[in-house]
Design a protein around this ligand. Structure first.
Ligand SMILES: C[S@@+](CC[C@H](N)C(=O)[O-])C[C@H]1O[C@@H](n2cnc3c(N)ncnc32)[C@H](O)[C@@H]1O
Ligand code: SF4
Length: 366
């Protein structure tokens, strides 16, 4: 039996819900933060045995930076005996919720890597997304993280936002490069069900524009020395997110908190949403309500393919298992979309831009 070396902690609190967001989030319940911290510690006590030495911890949300440094320190103090010496501890932060002082306190508490949710440096785009921070706050947050001594700073950005033009995207690219951060996650906006953007019938830019935009982003960031190490992620050498690399390598992980997902030894469980129910159950020492799924070998094999082909490194097919349609390999090699040697497969640069289409040819997905 293996035990997980990666831990995800979910903090569900937000000041407001952004128009595109479908994450497990609650607004207007900040008064539950202490009880929620107690509940996370109680879940940790229940689930601790599933964890081995922790190599990475990721504090995500929601808005972890609404927890405040003291509560984050309580959590990390409890986790410290379980951590490897070189543990990576990332935390997401929203620009309007941090300054140099609070960021220094998070660093003091043990956070080694901060990921700022910028989304765009353009005021109009931020309004479309219902973001609370304006462009100046985003820039100030990056400066504050640097001032606080963080050696690994990441920003999240988005493309394909309704109304985004070439000029607006270029302005974001120029600003992102000027900021010189260590890591950038640049996601294509998805309109998720039951979000304000969906209800408003927001129209995404057309597919050709989005494909061009993606190529421009990749080209510009690579040109500036970032490694395109995963579909939507770029890092200066040595600043790759080790926690995310764990997911893309299909490593086991434990997730604590409302809505958090864990996968250990082929068993996947998902805590139900609902902050009050989560706090209530754990205060009586009972694990939170969850749904459990047993992953059979074909499912795990398909997940390994889906995750590992997102990376820029070749995937070992002895580890991943065979594709469902091996006959497609030759056709894809001839088309210049993949490279295959005896045991390894990698997408070519061209292939990486059409990764989903390649996967659909090789694997059966429900
Ligand atoms: C867990 S979320 C939110 C973290 C933090 N609260 C924030 O808003 O910055 C992490 C990232 O996922 C991305 N994201 C969230 N919803 C998305 C969507 N519908 N489409 C594309 N990216 C999305 C955003 O870039 C966001 O910063
Ligand atoms: S995008 Fe971030 S800040 Fe906005 S609602 Fe979602 S988790 Fe909260």
């Amino acid at each position: 039996m293996s035990s997980a070396g990666h831990l995800y902690l979910h903090t569900p609190f937000c000041g407001s819900r952004c128009g595109y967001c479908a994450f497990t989030v609650e607004v207007g319940v900040l008064d539950r933060r202490d009880a929620y911290t107690d509940a996370l510690l109680a879940e940790l006590a229940v689930e601790g045995e599933r964890m081995g030495t922790l190599r990475t911890i990721y504090v995500g949300g929601g808005t972890p930076s609404l927890m405040g440094p003291e509560r984050i320190a309580r959590l990390l103090d409890a986790l410290r005996p379980r951590c490897a010496d070189d543990v990576e501890i990332s935390m997401e932060a929203n620009p309007e919720t941090v300054d140099e002082r609070s960021l220094a306190a998070y660093r003091e508490a043990g956070i080694t890597r901060v990921s700022l949710g910028v989304q765009s440096f353009q005021a109009g785009m931020l309004r479309v997304l219902d973001r609370q921070a304006g462009p100046e706050q985003a820039v100030a947050a990056v400066d504050a993280a640097r001032g606080a001594g963080f050696e690994s700073i990441s920003v999240d950005l988005m493309f394909g936002v309704p109304g985004q033009t070439d000029e607006l995207l270029d302005a974001d690219l120029a600003r992102a490069l000027e900021m010189g951060v260590d890591h950038i996650s640049w996601y294509e906006l998805e309109i998720k069900p039951r979000t304000a953007l969906e209800r408003a019938g927001a129209a995404l830019p057309d597919e050709d524009w989005a494909a061009d935009a993606y190529e421009r982003i990749v080209g510009s960031l690579e040109g500036a020395g970032y490694r395109w190490y995963e579909t939507a992620n770029f890092a200066r050498p040595g600043h790759e997110c080790r926690h995310s690399l764990g997911y893309w390598s299909a490593d086991d992980y434990v997730g604590l908190g409302v809505g958090a997902v864990s996968t250990v030894n082929g068993r996947r469980w998902r805590n139900h949403a609902g902050v009050d129910a989560y706090i209530g159950t754990l205060s009586s020492g009972v694990p939170p309500t969850r749904s459990v799924e047993h992953l059979d070998e074909p499912t795990r094999r398909r997940e390994r393919w889906m995750l590992a082909l997102r990376r820029d490194e070749p995937m070992d097919m002895r580890w991943a298992g065979p594709p469902d349609h091996p006959e497609a390999l030759e056709r894809l090699v001839e088309g210049g979309l993949i490279d295959v040697d005896a045991d390894h497969i990698a997408l070519t640069r061209r292939g990486r831009f059409v990764q989903n289409a390649i996967l659909r040819q090789l694997m059966e997905y429900a």
